[in-house]
Design a protein. Structure first.
Length: 120
């Protein structure tokens, strides 16, 4: 399951269309709180996380996940690239750090490599 957390509905919808076209199952959330209420660990989970959201930043969620012992691959996406964001992504082990707009083909390749161990 691929989880998407982004406070921008258009971005979430774009990712959902992309993931569906690539044959992935997904679930999207407007904020980290919704995700945390829903999340049930499954095999082959991956999180696409917007770093800068209106009510919380991605770094806060990464810290919460670590404290809860939730270890899943995380791809950080952001429109506001800065040193603090990059350092947080590195500190909490994000597998990738991408700037918006995200190249859909590259994102699918990253997901396939991390979930399936290969790129088609």
């Amino acid at each position: 399951m691929i989880y998407i957390i982004d406070d921008d509905q258009n971005v979430r919808e774009g990712f959902m269309i992309l993931l569906k076209s690539a044959g992935f199952t997904y679930r999207s959330f407007e904020n980290p709180g919704e995700f945390l209420k829903y999340y049930q660990p499954q095999d082959h989970d991956l999180l696409i996380l917007d770093f800068n959201m209106s009510d919380q930043n991605g770094c806060n969620l990464l810290e919460v996940l670590l404290k809860k012992g939730i270890l899943l691959p995380v791809i950080i996406i952001t429109a506001y690239d800065d040193k603090v964001s990059r350092e947080c992504a590195k500190k909490y082990g994000a597998i990738e750090y991408l700037r918006k707009p995200v190249d859909g083909e590259a994102l699918i390749d990253i997901i396939k490599f991390n979930l399936l161990g290969k790129i088609s």
